[in-house]
Design a protein around this ligand. Sequence first.
Ligand code: NAD
Length: 499
Amino acid sequence: MQELSHWIDGTNVKGSSGRFADVFNPATGEVQARVPLASKDELDMAVAKAAEAQPQWAATNPQRRARVMMEFVRLLNRDMDKLAEALSREHGKTLPDAKGDVQRGLEVVEFCIGAPHLLKGEYTDSAGPGIDMYSMRQPLGVVAGITPFNFPAMIPMWKFAPAISCGNAFILKPSERDPSVPLMLAELMQEAGLPDGILQVVNGDKEAVDAILDNRTVMGVGFVGSTPIAEYIYSRGCANGKRVQCFGGAKNHMIVMPDADMDQAADALVGAGYGAAGERCMAISVAVPVGDTTADKLVEKLVPRIENLKVGPYTAGNDVDYGPLVTAAAKERVLGLVNSGVEQGAELVVDGRDFSMQGYENGFFVGPHLFDRATRDMDIYKQEIFGPVLTQVRAQSYEEALGYAMDHEYGNGTAIFTRDGDTARDFANRINIGMVGVNVPIPVPLAYHTFGGWKKSGFGDLNQHGPDAFRFYTRTKTVTSRWPSGLKEGGEFHFKAMD
Ligand code: NAD
């Protein structure tokens, strides 16, 4: 069986802890590789090597650093098919979706080519007599990223591309479920001209994460994953004096107003609810039609669309809408939540529990489900399901629908479908959620804006990618300098106004 490695100092390094995790092919259920789980010593060694390499990288001019990103973009495009295949094989998502995963990361790398502009400081000439003042953005040093299984290309790139463009060295701890693509990305960064030691991939689990959080050389930590782990990493990282940003789980509501185009709304819900088997932090998992007539119409439109969804392995190419879940445990959890929905009284309009994929009986496939008439107290409404399950709650007014989204503990994304500009504007202004779509079901901001949720979906002050990433991965130093022209004033004992 294939044994994966770490990527340290520009080369594959075998794990030495003696601990491994199985990496599955979710379509067949077979173990296809094992990934080493780093010990604290292995993690600390990777950090120490990164710290040795970082000062020279920070001293490399920003334009030269940006050229590495430029070449990296070319290599990503060259190897797109290879990356997508490796990604689908370990994650299970369809090939077109895997390419989208790489593409959305690549777009952030493209944005990072403009890093020299974003790293420019500020300057005040003659702030006082003979006094100039300037601020510069300096890298933090060694920083780390801990990433989830569901976007094994995009999220690592969202983290390491801005961090490295700013002159930091980066420790990537990817998900142990699909670690191959992050390793391939590190190899491509080396081919693009990145000096060894600036991007280290350390595979592992909680032990490696804790070692990152406790390592005094690591100055900043970015995390993406589930909310309980986000909260844990945020508090432990902050307690250890690090700069930390953590992005957590989601329960994204889509409000459907009576004046919405129902076909458009149903198409949007099917794509956003079941795409990638619902394993997206921006998936729509709750539909909130306003009024029973709207709700009935929506169900009528949704059912045939859901029943026609094609579920299958990525090897079927463009012929599948979504693939398996990532692990057997994920499948069991999702089906457990579906059963809880039935027991707690929601109406299961489309029941995918008996779904079995011919020829792939051991794969982690789950058929699509649709619940109607769910209520706030049900687990299927309260919890992030992260599977192909769409839950409809009925609201009798716009205010009630707005209240559903606002009162939920998560605040990652949301959408409203309406033809009325006034309602759409009111919704965008009042909603307490970080990313909002108006007739757009998955409002993932592009690379030059920023990405981040509110409430229990995001911890920390700054968002991911866009200009915020450059703020997160740098710190400001302000210099006040005076070059006296023969002036001798003697000592000063109080703050002086600049006159
Ligand atoms: P996860 O929280 O299980 O794992 C994320 C990372 O944390 C992995 O690298 C994992 O090894 C590590 N980890 C897991 N348990 C840990 C522990 N006890 N201590 C320390 N580290 C630990 O999440 P996942 O299942 O890989 O990803 C799915 C979750 O990520 C969903 O909740 C989804 O909504 C969320 N997500 C959020 C965003 C966002 O931007 N808000 C984007 C993608 C995914």
